[in-house]
Design a protein around this ligand. Structure first.
Ligand SMILES: Cc1ncc(COP(=O)(O)O)c(C=O)c1O
Length: 424
């Protein structure tokens, strides 16, 4: 059957082993095509009950006595993420803080673990918070920040980092290399294992940012020999706006690294309240402060769904869904002058694709205002469109693409005015 027939998507939905999950999410407008689960995931119905239960059964009646069982919940929540989505055995992940804070903590810990080395490597297409934090670290500690120019198609294919792209930058002065697993803008995937091995061979450490990958692809952190990784939970993790992030430190590194912010939750004998900081040598040694219990409850309900669905089935649906998007792009959007900025090989992408157009910002606004399709815009000219495998159906994606074709072909998007919001 031809992808341009709606029946194509309906057939994929009929055969989708994950189809039943969509009804477990709050969908207040069934006509809306929500293709932005890579930015903020939908709300699971079970989360509403879990938060209510927490207030009614725990916080309300238990007040401060609740801390006896709340105190260490960053760890079991981390273990749940490890088994559901990250391919990590217990005791290596904490659900805590934000991606930015966790990134700062692990990057500085990695740099300090390589004394004498003064070079940090990242890429120009990396997410802004990562680049800004690295810039701050480099200035504060007088280090050299090397930024690979992978925004130029002559150097990298759709921003993709490979061992060939990285090789010329590596030498014995490199302490830290850090990349995203999935590029936030282009959606290109970087192979964690080959890059980690390559950097380990010159004695450096890699910190991965898996924010755009977690809940969309298999990460297999243990099997890939990853040392350090961070990510968020509000995208394909469906854990809510501002939900706590996570950090992963491999067992082998936990006793060697020292994070810069020495908070009381990292203290070995925490409730002795002693005068000297003595770090727990376990994963708790990477926790700064009190766990955000309500956020953790959101993470638990959402990642329990991911565990039930199976990350292998989720990754498969992301690959099929993004392939359908690319096929629809070829049929409908390429002839209208839209560019594809994401690799065509499913092993080289995740759950979103990126389309380029000189009027991308206006097209995105018009999709929201005229077509009831929710994409997002990323400067300078990218339209990102995602399939979030649990809450999104193939037909929802297909309908969104059909409406986008009609909008771009009609030129009506040019009538749209600024949204007035500083969020894109
Ligand atoms: C790749 C990546 N890293 C970091 C962040 C920032 O996360 P936070 O605001 O939780 O620190 C984001 C946010 O979207 C992101 O996409």
């Amino acid at each position: 059957m031809n992808v341009t027939q709606r029946e194509y998507a309906l057939e994929l939905d009929r055969n989708d082993p994950l189809a039943r999950f969509k009804s477990m999410f709050v969908i207040s407008d069934p006509q809306m095509c929500y293709l932005d689960g890579n930015s903020l995931g939908r709300l699971p119905k079970s989360t509403i009950a879990a938060i209510n239960d927490f207030m009614v059964d725990e916080w309300g009646p238990q007040v401060v006595t609740g801390w006896s069982h709340w105190v260490d919940q960053a760890q079991p929540a981390g273990d749940l993420l490890g088994s559901a989505a990250l391919g990590a055995s217990p005791g290596q992940i904490l659900v805590c803080d934000t991606t930015s804070v966790n990134f700062y903590q692990l990057c500085l810990a990695a740099i300090k673990a390589r004394p004498g080395r003064k070079t940090i490597i990242t890429d120009a297409a990396n997410f802004p918070t990562d680049r800004y934090i690295l810039d701050g670290i480099a200035k504060q500690f007088n280090l050299k920040l090397v930024i690979i120019n992978n925004e130029d198609s002559a150097i990298a294919d759709h921003e993709r980092i490979t061992t060939q792209v990285l090789a010329p930058y590596l030498n014995e002065d490199v302490a830290l290399v850090t990349f995203q697993v999935i590029q936030y803008r282009s959606g290109a995937r970087t192979d964690m294992k080959s890059i980690t091995d390559q950097v380990r061979a010159i004695g450096g450490l890699v910190v991965w940012d898996a924010s755009h990958a977690v809940g969309a692809i298999e990460l297999n952190l243990d099997a890939n020999g990853v040392d350090l990784c961070v990510g968020c939970t509000y995208k394909y993790g469906n854990s809510g706006p501002g939900s706590p992030a996570w950090l992963y430190v491999s067992k082998s590194l936990q006793s060697q690294l020292q994070v810069p912010i020495q908070g009381w939750f990292a203290q070995d004998a925490q409730f002795e309240m002693g005068p000297i900081f003595e770090r727990s040598l376990s994963i708790r040694g990477f926790q700064i402060a009190s766990p955000p219990l309500m956020g953790i409850r959101c993470v638990q309900t959402a990642f329990t769904m991911i565990r039930e669905a199976g990350i292998d089935a989720i990754a498969k649906k992301a690959a099929i869904g993004t392939q359908m998007m690319i096929d629809l792009y070829d049929a409908w959007l390429a002839p209208l002058g839209v560019e594809l900025n994401t690799p065509r090989d499913p092993k080289e992408r995740g759950g979103h694709i990126s389309l380029g157009h000189p009027d991308a910002a206006q097209i995105c606004l018009a999709l929201r205002q005229i077509s009831n399709v929710i994409p997002d815009y990323r400067a300078p000219h990218s339209i990102r469109l995602a399939i979030s495998p649990l809450p999104t159906s193939y037909t929802e994606v297909w309908d969104g693409f059909e409406r986008m074709r009609d909008l771009v072909a009609s030129g009506r998007y040019s009538q749209i005015q600024e949204s007035g919001s500083r969020v894109t």
